[in-house]
Design a protein around this ligand. Structure first.
Ligand SMILES: NC(=O)c1ccc[n+]([C@@H]2O[C@H](COP(=O)([O-])OP(=O)(O)OC[C@H]3O[C@@H](n4cnc5c(N)ncnc54)[C@H](OP(=O)(O)O)[C@@H]3O)[C@@H](O)[C@H]2O)c1
Length: 332
């Protein structure tokens, strides 16, 4: 009998919204770590972060911090991913990245262990995690694939924390300022978000689609294998991505058939009493689905999850848990 393997892991972006949640999730799910390194840019170096009952000090990332790292979680944006992932892989780490840099590469597996654990068989040291809005849709819709899911039209309602810790703090400050009849600063978000809603998540690109819409369409099409149309809207909610979905099937189905497919699915909770809302899912690890309606071959539903927890941290740790299972089996 071999002793339980424990890993040297690093979190790049540990001082950010996803990184903090990731540290908490690694501890809560008791991922077997021997050492955890909290990495960030120069600007937050030295900050103290909670890791269960322990406190970690954040360090600015330098090549030496990657030495000996077996799993590098990347929650630091595209630029940092492009800069540090190649170096980390070279140094022997498997990288699990939640930025667009990896997700946009067609040959990098896009993993949601609850629905496509098999894609990890093909990884070459880099695994991508999808955007939070695609993840909530994919978990809610993948059970409908054997009913002939053929097309998805989705509107995502994305929270301030989707734009990182800066976005979350800006909504908070704007809200306090407005309630105190003070002028409002707009720096992180493109418009005032407090007491407002706007149809733009990320930069607008060629053809008018936003970065959030492109990510959602790209990731969901990859995860479910069906064409997707998306509209992404920023809403004045701190945490929790909601999606309003219209899905088409190749044949007619009944409400009972669709409900039957969604019941008892790992990571998914069907809400019958009322409907799920962002305030219900803070810190929850599941995707909640409600307002299920079926009309012939058209299924409409509403789904919600915590974008930082379920939409990022839990998925990253689930990937690491699968890597651990494979490595542990290989050692036996
Ligand atoms: N927020 C969400 O809901 C969500 C969901 C899914 C995926 N994601 C993705 O997760 C990533 C992180 O998002 P976030 O919301 O956590 O952002 P955030 O709160 O702004 O945090 C960014 C983190 O990255 C670090 N960082 C930035 N540039 C760096 C660099 N050049 N070198 C080293 N570290 C650097 C920051 O360090 P400092 O503190 O030192 O600046 C901070 O720790 C993004 O790719 C985002 O698209 C976010």
């Amino acid at each position: 009998m071999f002793p339980r393997r424990r890993y040297t892991v690093a979190v790049l972006g540990a001082t950010g919204a996803v990184g903090r949640e990731l540290l908490q999730t690694l501890d809560q799910r008791r991922f077997p770590t021997a050492e955890v390194r909290a990495l960030c840019s120069e600007s937050s170096a030295g900050e103290e972060l909670s890791f269960g009952k322990r406190t970690l000090r954040a360090h600015a990332v330098v090549p030496e911090q990657l030495e000996g790292v077996e799993i590098l979680f990347v929650a630091a944006g595209d630029e940092a991913a492009a800069r540090w992932i190649p170096a980390a892989r070279e140094a022997g780490a498997v990288c699990v990245d939640v930025s667009r840099w990896s997700a946009a590469q067609a040959d990098v597996p896009l993993a949601v262990p609850d629905l496509n654990a098999e894609v990890l068989a093909d990884h070459t040291g880099l695994i991508a995690s999808p955007c939070a809005a695609a993840l909530v849709c994919a978990v809610a819709l993948h059970p409908l694939r054997d009913l002939g899911l053929s097309h998805v039209d989705v509107t995502s309602l994305e929270p301030a924390s989707g734009a990182g810790l800066g976005g979350l703090n800006e909504l908070s400050k704007q809200t306090v300022s407005l309630l105190n009849f003070q002028p409002v600063d707009v720096e992180v978000h493109p418009h005032r978000l407090a007491f407002n809603v706007y149809p733009q998540v990320g930069d607008l690109g060629e053809g008018g689609a936003s970065a959030g819409e492109r990510a959602l369409e790209q990731d969901l099409t990859r995860l479910l294998g069906v064409p997707t149309l998306a509209t992404a809207v920023r809403v004045p909610v701190f945490v929790g991505t909601s999606v309003s979905v219209t899905a088409r099937l190749q044949r007619s189905a009944t409400l009972d058939e669709v409900r039957g497919r969604l019941e008892g699915v790992a990571g998914l909770t069907l809400v019958d009493a009322g409907y799920p809302m962002p305030m219900d899912v803070a810190e929850a690890s599941d995707v909640r689905v409600g307002r299920l309606r079926v009309d012939g071959n058209v299924v409409r539903l509403w789904a919600v999850s915590d974008n930082l927890k379920r939409g990022a941290a839990v998925n990253l740790v689930q990937v690491a848990e699968l890597l651990d299972a494979v490595w542990t089996a290989a050692q036996a």
